[in-house]
Design a protein around this ligand. Structure first.
Ligand code: FAD
Length: 409
């Protein structure tokens, strides 16, 4: 009989895991608490290490149809506007690492994973199901969920489902993680991210862009890149600051003025772009950036019949643009490990965790360090800019990252 994996969470990580597990020959039951599979309106960059995983799942054409493939990445001084370094992406990087560098709208990435998961007969997806807790006994894991009491979505009831394994892919505030590792406070980075997506055609011609650009300034940086075949421009501005206490009732309309004030000392082209957003798109949305210390061992990614994946296991700052990428790599490794039918399930999950924790920890730490370098002031900033001018692409390339990560079949 087929083994069955229960997955809590249907974000990019959970859907990738559903696809990988199904391809390993397992039955999959995925539970998402939201009433629909939706992603925030923002983009993600996908390095060649991640694109390789998607291609191995047969998603090359689907990716080609919706993503943008920037030709170049440029790093500029936010103050002077001068270019500090650049690296060619496009064919260059594809040749070097066997896959392209892509930039994609999150909804498009989620959509292509969802379509691929739905095409697998052994994947069952349930919305409106919130994972509450779990227990392991006698080779079986039981997940308790809350879900609507009737078909019309009224009321609430609690149900239990059993499986051979459980995966917590329930994000930054994962309940499955708390069950496994206990309550641990999240770490505030003290950084705020403002995100916006605008139609390129609604921007003045001088502000449209088909490359990845990072503008580095004291205590802030801005990154923008094209998504959806280049039709949209995704912009992320990050600055030091504390989040409002009640983010849910936060007036997102106030973000534009705050951000413009924070960027008052930056060069004119950057200020022009930031000012154009409220007119060209739906405006800025604010995210306080939280993370956790790097994974400290395999036991933090799997114990017994329960494993963690993506942000539930290793939330990271976005300064290496690899959070979703690591979730997809996790899913690829999970596929490899679940397919090892000669091993007990506990050992398969242990193998998954052993193969993933160090890479995830390294990426988490490198992302944190990048934030410090990006936002540097004084002599550190001077040293950074000099090194960038001298070393250029050699400093922007990350071979250990882009080469690593295994692609499943
Ligand atoms: C500003 C910013 C920029 C970024 N840029 C990039 C980038 O360029 N490249 C990149 O690779 N990554 C990037 N990331 C990181 C990336 O967004 C995340 O790492 C990734 O989305 C994590 O996916 P996930 O599926 O693990 O978690 P999530 O996306 O958080 O998904 C978790 C899912 O679980 C569901 N859920 C939660 N609790 C429960 C429960 N109890 N029961 C059932 N379901 C539940 C949620 O509704 C959600 O659907 C960025 C992040 C930020 C903040």
């Amino acid at each position: 009989m087929k083994k069955q994996i229960l997955i809590a969470g249907g974000g990019i990580g959970g859907l990738a895991a559903a696809l990988g597990s199904a391809r390993a020959g397992w039955d999959v039951r995925l539970y998402e608490r939201a009433p629909a599979f939706t992603e925030v309106g923002a983009g993600v960059q996908l390095g060649p290490n991640v694109v390789r995983c998607l291609q191995a799942w047969g998603l090359r054409d689907a990716l080609q149809a919706v993503a943008a493939f920037p030709e170049r990445i440029a790093v500029r001084s936010a103050r002077s506007g001068a270019e500090l370094a650049h690296m060619r992406l496009g064919a260059d990087i594809a040749q070097r690492y066997g896959a392209a560098y892509a930039a994609i709208h999150r909804a498009d990435l989620q959509g292509l994973l969802l379509d691929a998961a739905r095409q697998q007969a052994n994947v069952h997806l349930s919305l409106n199901h919130t994972a509450l807790d779990c227990r392991q006994e006698g080779g079986v894991v039981t997940l308790r969920l809350s879900c609507p009491a009737d078909e019309a979505g009224r009321g609430d009831k609690s149900i239990e489902v059993e499986g051979d394994a459980l995966l917590g892919a329930d994000g930054l505030r994962s309940r499955i993680r708390t069950q496994l590792l206990g309550q641990e406070p999240m770490r505030s980075s003290g950084h705020l991210a403002y995100r916006a997506v605008v139609a390129q055609q609604d921007l003045p011609a001088a502000l449209r862009s088909m490359q990845v650009t990072a503008w580095l300034g004291p205590r802030l940086h801005v990154v923008h890149y094209p998504v959806r075949r280049g039709e949209l421009l995704n912009i992320i501005a990050i600055r030091h600051g504390q989040a409002p206490a009640d983010l849910d009732s936060w007036d997102h309309g106030a973000n534009a003025a705050e951000l413009e004030a924070a960027l008052a000392q930056t060069c004119a082209p950057l200020q022009d772009l930031i000012r154009a957003v409220p007119h060209a798109g739906s405006g800025w949305r604010l995210w306080p950036l939280l993370d956790r210390p790097p994974v400290a061992g395999a036991h933090q990614m799997a114990q017994g019949l329960v494993a963690l994946l993506g942000d539930a296991a290793h939330p990271m700052r976005p300064y290496l643009a690899q959070g979703a990428g690591m979730a997809i790599e996790d899913a690829t490794q999970l596929q490899h490990s679940l397919a090892m039918s000669e091993l007990e399930v506990v050992l398969r999950l242990r193998r998954y965790a052993l193969n993933r924790w160090q890479r995830n920890a390294r990426v988490q730490e490198r992302a944190r360090r990048n934030g410090v370098i990006f936002h540097a002031r004084g002599p550190v900033r001077w040293g950074r800019d000099t090194a960038m001018r001298l070393l250029g692409a050699r400093l922007l390339d990350v071979p250990w990252l882009y080469r690593g990560g295994s692609a499943a079949e």
